[in-house]
Design a protein around this ligand. Sequence first.
Ligand SMILES: Nc1ncnc2c1ncn2[C@@H]1O[C@H](COP(=O)(O)OP(=O)(O)O)[C@@H](O)[C@H]1O
Ligand code: SF4
Ligand SMILES: [Mg+2]
Length: 326
Amino acid sequence: MGAQPLIRVEKLQKHFPIRLGAFGERAVTVHALDDATFDIAEGETLSLVGESGCGKSTTGFAILNLHRPTAGRVVYQGRDIATLDEKAMRPIRRDLQIVFQDPYSTLNPRMTVGDAVGEPILFHGLCKRSELPHRIERLLADVGLPPRFAQRYPHELSGGQRQRVAIARALACQPKFIVCDEAISALDVSIQAQIINLLLDLQEKYGLTYLFIAHDLAVVRHISTRVGVMYLGRLAELGTRDQLFGEPLHPYTKALMSAVPEADPVAERNRHRQILEGDVPSPLNPPPGCRFHTRCPIAMAECRTIVPEWRDRGEGHFVACHAVPA
Ligand SMILES: Nc1ncnc2c1ncn2[C@@H]1O[C@H](COP(=O)(O)OP(=O)(O)O)[C@@H](O)[C@H]1O
Ligand code: SF4
Ligand SMILES: [Mg+2]
């Protein structure tokens, strides 16, 4: 890992104004992401975990400026890219890519695999037309597909093959950073393992940095350098994989981690699964103070009014909780 972060995220916020009611008469705000501050180091895999709707995808989209952040900064190569318009973003887009859960959302059904993989190269003017077939062939080889796949259409491929094509397309512009947003979640378990290994091989080969969004904690434990835990639009905790799985500090992280089966049979027999009571509150009206206080087993009076500070407990282990000693 380099000393300089590849990306620095500072107090990043994304609120979605929406309208409710039969006639859209009620204007409300979805607090999808608030006050996220963290670095992403070059060459690392930083995973984001947390229940559905907690703001993981929003974080990925806001970092890439695919959703314009409401507030905060995203510093990439010394520049705040959060406020750039699409034209200014264009040269930077090459470096920052995303792979989604459902490759159908990125692959045009009427475009061959070769055209889909070649399109970003042409768009950014990265090679001569005459060199394109060779570039496409190399990209397909990178993701483990033979050259003949260039002539195929997305519907002729299996789910795993389609995801390989989506990865080849993301790789086409030689990016530095890829957001993998539930990129393996829809695949069969055996195929998931293949795609994870592919992502890890590509990371090593090209020095890629990943923001890996996932809900399968066993996978996250396998691939992550560091892990961030989100709850209702806020980061609860962030640290190395060993810190988060071995010595979680935040009550929400502890509950999440208690659901992960242990490999060691003795540890597994002694594992105490902690079930959280109640539902996640609405992001339209998140609880004041600590957003987790309505479900936290150790909530105190101050948790209901004072937002816990995001602080480093040492060795890069960040947590936001009043009950964790400084
Ligand atoms: N485009 C949007 N407009 C309005 N609300 C949105 C939009 N995208 C996401 N949200 C809301 O923001 C919150 C966070 O969503 P998301 O980031 O997709 O969560 P996750 O990826 O963790 O499941 C959710 O309440 C979701 O409904
Ligand atoms: S700040 Fe309070 S409510 Fe929030 S996690 Fe810590 S103890 Fe629980
Ligand atoms: Mg999501």
